[in-house]
Write a protein that binds this ligand. Sequence first.
Ligand SMILES: [Zn+2]
Length: 438
Amino acid sequence: MLASNHSVAAGDRVGPVVVAGTSTPAGSVSSRSSRRASAAGQASSSSTAGGPASGRGTGATRYGAVTGNGARTAGSVNAPCSVTAGACQNLGRHTYARAMTDATLPSPEPGERLERSSAEAVLAEAATAVDAAGESADMAPLDFPRRLLLVHAHPDDETIGTGATMARYAAENVLVTLVTCTLGEEGEVLVPELAHLAADRDDQLGPHRLEELATAMEALRVSDHRILGGAGRWRDSGMIGTPANQRANCFWRADLDEAVRELVAIVREVRPQVVVTYDENGGYGHPDHIQAHRVAVAAFEAAGDPAFSRDLGEAWRPGKLYWTAIPKSALQQGIDALKASGNEHFFGVDSADDLPFGVPDEQITTEVDASEHLEAKVAAMRSHRTQIEVDGPFFALSDHIGQRAFGIEHYILARGERGPGDGPHGREADLFAGITHS
Ligand SMILES: [Zn+2]
């Protein structure tokens, strides 16, 4: 009953974003033949946001990788989590439309008729692309031997901290499920022409960031992304001491039991072996990040307790829980490289010790090398354009330090058994190391 309590406002039509506990691939088409038909007819469903479907765990949720594009290029991070906005049109983009876009459709000259064989080939190609999208839509969580769940606070956190990891595992046919706890309504808007969306003006940043998130997930080819409690259930809390932090509906003031139940329902539905979230300080102290940590840890424990809320599904205890982490050595390298290139100092400091994030290298247990997916991560970063400034000094260094820094992501194992490792610190190279799949 949890998820269905939350009405989804018109502004929350979110394309492929799955609202927590519901299955809402926008414009989802029920049968392969109808998908074929709409492909041939130029996808009649392209802007229809499906209403929140009922059953949780019914297998109707869209799992698997989006067949999106993703060939875009680099930018520069403004801050680990600035929270911000954009324009709210066209929220109904979806996988089928994307599949159509990917098919090679020759454009006849005016007056020219396509040869029959050519037209058939085009239709066949389109149908294949649509079927490929449909195949993943029809899959249930347990069809994926490996399943990874990430709990993040705001749209963009997933990309900045774990984007390469998400892209890598999605490419390896792992079910990657992203749960975002707020829409990041209080973010600063870095794009001048979208400044009106900010909380202190039109207050329309949330829906826009949802769109940015959907685009970013296309770039990472992650299709199972959800907002905890449904879009708009909990609002960005802003920083401690700000008026935003006093709002009754902000995530910082969420009823923990309710939030935990929402997440337990998802854990029991997708049955991840691995869960990723922030450490107890939320990485760098943002209230929503701290709260995401609390909720994720409590849900990790509760989901496996058969006595806890039987109505939320069969108990499932994930094997491992990780915190995201940035090793101090990597931060220091970034600081030094920026300095050497004559750019402004990284966050205005000379030493990694002066930053509110970064952990001693020896605490890092796991290093995921997803350099091959850096392009997808950077494309996703560009998608969060109200939040992440492209073409800044950091990415100007991408030939050496920048790429490496962003293609390799680090974690600290917090629960579960450490798998076999390598290197001087014996770090795992895989979040699933040592996991026996089930
Ligand atoms: Zn954040």
